[in-house]
Design a protein around this ligand. Sequence first.
Ligand code: SAM
Length: 260
Amino acid sequence: MNSALQYNTIYIQNIIDFLESLPDDYADLAIIDPPYNLKVADWDKFKNEQEFLDFSFVWIDLMLQKIKPNGSFYIFNTPYHCALFLHYLRGKAVFQNFITWYKKDGLSYTKKRFLNNQESILFYTMDSKNYYFDCDSIRIPYESTQRMAHAREKGILKNGKRWYPNEKGKLCPDVWEIVSERHKQKVNGKVQKLNHPTPKPKEMIERMIKASSKEGDLVLDLFAGGGTTSMVARELGRNYIGCELNRNYLDSSLEIKEGK
Ligand SMILES: C[S@@+](CC[C@H](N)C(=O)[O-])C[C@H]1O[C@@H](n2cnc3c(N)ncnc32)[C@H](O)[C@@H]1O
């Protein structure tokens, strides 16, 4: 264990060595955006599916030890891999949601089956009851503003009771329609080469951090990439510690250290 770990720092280190260097029961929240084995970059290439899964199961087991007993974690991947991770996680943590990120821009182009328009996110807590979840901080706007304006004044009759809308919006469902960074940063309709090939949208990370942590909590940014999670954690007044192999991906505003 590395006793000199510093908060608000990204360590340039292999995930396995990094996780082994952390104390147990350490973080309130982990946001984990690992390779998907889709071969988008060298770090996303594995000899075969088994090698990918073996690697994934090693970091999953280590990661579980580092989350506090009342903590939470989110794992990104393809729906297929999330299903395998979910199976692996049975009895090890408490399943909360299988979130669908509806991206609109597809992950692949095919005419031989349905187009992949989604990525998945597994949301887990370590305990079934004792965990933090702030549903109000992540409410989303109601779709029909006209209907809501009417409801605000007079209420809507629902099952014999008068219902009034929540001023902060509706509860967040498990399908998230969020435009990918690649699409957001298009110039004249053309996708640009970004510094990192697969950055996650800031608003998506914001939702996870607001829902599952409080100010001053510690967020683990595993497979940090450009450091989206760490930067959002910083903006929201949370502490963070991250790990990434390639220092050139990381935003220059982040404190970076070589892992030991
Ligand atoms: C899907 S990307 C993360 C993107 C990030 N969420 C963002 O918003 O920028 C995965 C990252 O994991 C890093 N990575 C891959 N294998 C790793 C390993 N064994 N240890 C540490 N980092 C690794 C890659 O360099 C890549 O930047």
